[in-house]
Write a protein that binds this ligand. Structure first.
Ligand code: S3P
Length: 447
């Protein structure tokens, strides 16, 4: 455990790049391992979660080579359905995306594999993916409550299905589509509220046939199974979920002006930007024409501090900003008036129970909050709260980073009890924030 303290330093200024997108990085490794040939990935996130996926794909028989510091990653795949039985349990650390997407990919491989993870991951629900994958013909043996460790009993006889998942989740959709790679025929996932579509975009760039159609029940994504995936060159954009932290910090620390270059701005991920704009933030988006390979839009984003006002965040926006509620809550705590996040029950099953972690942490910092089973109301006073609290980060990188952002604005410093999980998604967070002028001090190796 490494405690980290964040204390007000004054205005934050500068331009930075954030590491590669975590969602896209996981998918790049898994899909590259399912091609026949060598895929080159530039800008892969080298955070613990993605490194866990890389290790898993190696254990499953892909040859992975990283040419020097900062160089591209090269992945020699084994073709669709061609992975090899791993010699040991696959330990995915803190990475929920790795666990759920791998469950789908492994469902269609004719061998058994066992997935586990850290104290946070082994308590996260897996039934949301195992249910549909069982309907496709795979079997799973889990700990009680459908939790990890979990053995996937894969098969090369999966059946295609049409599924309308109960939760709006890109992980569930992706698990089904990845399983659909090995099933003969068309596997469809229908979403009443669209979640991030990185899997669909990347499958297409590897040559799979993926159709997106509007239906009476929602948006349907259909993969035609058993394609030959061709290796591709992938450029991973900067992670908007990481850019969110310096941008929000600039929004709440007076006199700040921070730009983040080449951030992925897929509209199904950009709900935070909409919220910040509605709150009155001075945010400038400059889309880059050249885009990135794999069909993901990118933009340079700039945030200058400005007075913020409270807003109502509707439930239908949740899938497009599901990981950004923690940092938006910090902006809401500094805004004038009340902000309510509606329909955010899913936050209770993230790396921690984020709804309660936010309510408790904000209250400890002197903010008036109201928590219900699936909503959070934050009463801002038009100035930063007092701070001066120690927050339990609870193995949750985004809770940790969010409260370190708040500490840059509060009168008293804010301490998080453990910053070690920040490296799961945002290695270099403390250094990059320090370059902007933030003051973060760790009582051990920094995050
Ligand atoms: C992710 C989807 C989201 C998000 C997670 C990454 C993905 O989870 O919270 O950090 O890469 O597909 P859900 O699909 O469970 O909402």
């Amino acid at each position: 455990m490494t405690a980290v303290t964040s204390g007000a330093a004054g205005a934050l200024r500068g331009t930075l790049r954030v590491p590669g997108d975590k969602s896209i990085s996981h998918r790049a490794l898994m899909l590259a391992a399912s091609t026949a040939g060598e895929t080159v990935v530039h800008g892969l996130l080298e955070g613990d979660d993605v490194l866990a996926t890389a290790a898993a794909m190696e254990a499953l028989g892909a040859a992975i080579d990283r040419s020097g510091d900062g160089g591209p990653w090269r992945i020699h795949g084994r073709g669709v359905g061609g992975l090899a039985e791993p010699g040991n349990v696959l330990d995915l650390g803190n990475a929920g995306t790795a666990a759920r997407l791998l469950a789908g990919l492994l469902a269609g491989q004719p061998f058994n594999s066992t997935l586990t993870g850290d104290a946070s991951l082994v308590n996260r629900p897996m039934a949301r993916v195992t249910g549909p994958l069982e309907r496709m013909g795979a079997r799973f043996t889990c700990r009680s409550g459908g939790r990890l460790p979990m053995t996937v009993h894969g098969t090369d006889q999966l059946r295609p299905i049409v599924e309308t998942p109960e939760v709006a989740s890109a992980q569930v959709k992706s698990a089904i589509l990845l399983a659909g790679l090995t099933a003969p025929g068309r596997t469809t996932v229908i979403e009443p509220r669209r979640s991030r579509d990185h899997t669909e975009r990347m499958l297409r760039s590897f040559g799979a046939e993926v159709a997106i159609e509007e239906t009476a029940d929602g948006t349907a994504a259909t993969i035609t199974g058993q394609p030959e995936l061709a290796p591709a060159e992938i450029r991973v954009p900067g992670d908007i979920s990481s850019a969110a932290f310096p941008l929000a910090a600039a929004g709440i620390v007076e006199g700040s002006d921070v730009s983040v270059s080449a951030v992925g701005t897929n509209p199904l991920r950009a709900g935070l930007l909409t919220c910040l704009e509605e709150m009155g933030a001075k945010l400038t988006r400059r889309p880059l024409d050249d885009g990135v390979e794999g069909g993901e839009p990118i933009a340079d984003l700039r945030m200058e501090s400005a007075p913020l006002s409270g807003i109502d965040v509707p439930p239908e926006r949740a899938p497009s900003m599901i990981d950004e509620y923690p940092v938006l809550a910090m902006a809401a705590a500094c805004a004038a008036g009340s902000t309510t996040f509606h329909g955010i029950g899913e936050l209770r099953v993230k790396e921690s129970d984020r709804l309660s972690a936010l309510a408790q942490g904000l209250a400890a910092c002197g903010v008036e909050v109201e928590e219900t089973e699936n909503s959070l109301t934050i009463h801002g006073r038009g100035e930063p709260p007092a701070g001066g609290a120690v927050i339990a980060a609870d193995l949750d990188h985004r809770i940790a980073m969010a409260f370190l952002v708040l500490g840059q604005a509060t009168r008293e410093p804010v301490t998080i009890d453990d910053g070690s999980t920040i490296a799961t998604s945002f290695p270099g967070f403390a250094r990059l924030m320090g370059d902007l002028g933030a003051v973060l001090s760790a009582d051990g190796p920094g995050p």
